[in-house]
Design a protein. Structure first.
Length: 114
């Protein structure tokens, strides 16, 4: 990509990022008092993070639609392991390592059973 085609993309990204951050500050001058809207806004980051992360988790072990489903089961086992450790209030590193170990254990299990 040449510099002349990069600059317009950079400017558009900067403008969009600025608008996303500036508009709520200018439109909502008073505190939001609606319990529903405050509750909704509280859970938006968790929902977006989940929507971005779950597909990557499920396809990280090499599963594609059709064919062998063992990688999908390994990924699901790692996801369940991560959810369990997160539910038990373990730290991020502990959850990540446990999920990786869960996937490795599931892959070893499928390797042993053929």
């Amino acid at each position: 990509m040449s510099w002349s085609s990069f600059v317009p993309y950079l400017l558009v990204m900067a403008l969009v990022t600025y608008l996303i951050r500036m508009l709520p500050l200018t439109l909502f001058r008073r505190p939001i008092r609606s319990r529903f809207i405050r509750s909704f806004l509280y859970y938006v980051p968790y929902a977006v993070l989940t929507a971005m992360t779950i597909p990557d988790i499920l396809y990280a072990t090499g599963y594609t639609s059709g064919g062998d489903t063992k990688p999908l089961w390994c990924a699901l086992f790692g996801l369940i392991t991560a959810c369990f450790f997160a539910w038990k209030d373990k730290g991020l590193l502990t959850v990540a390592v446990a999920a990786c170990c869960g996937v490795a254990a599931a892959q070893a299990f499928f390797l042993l059973i053929g």
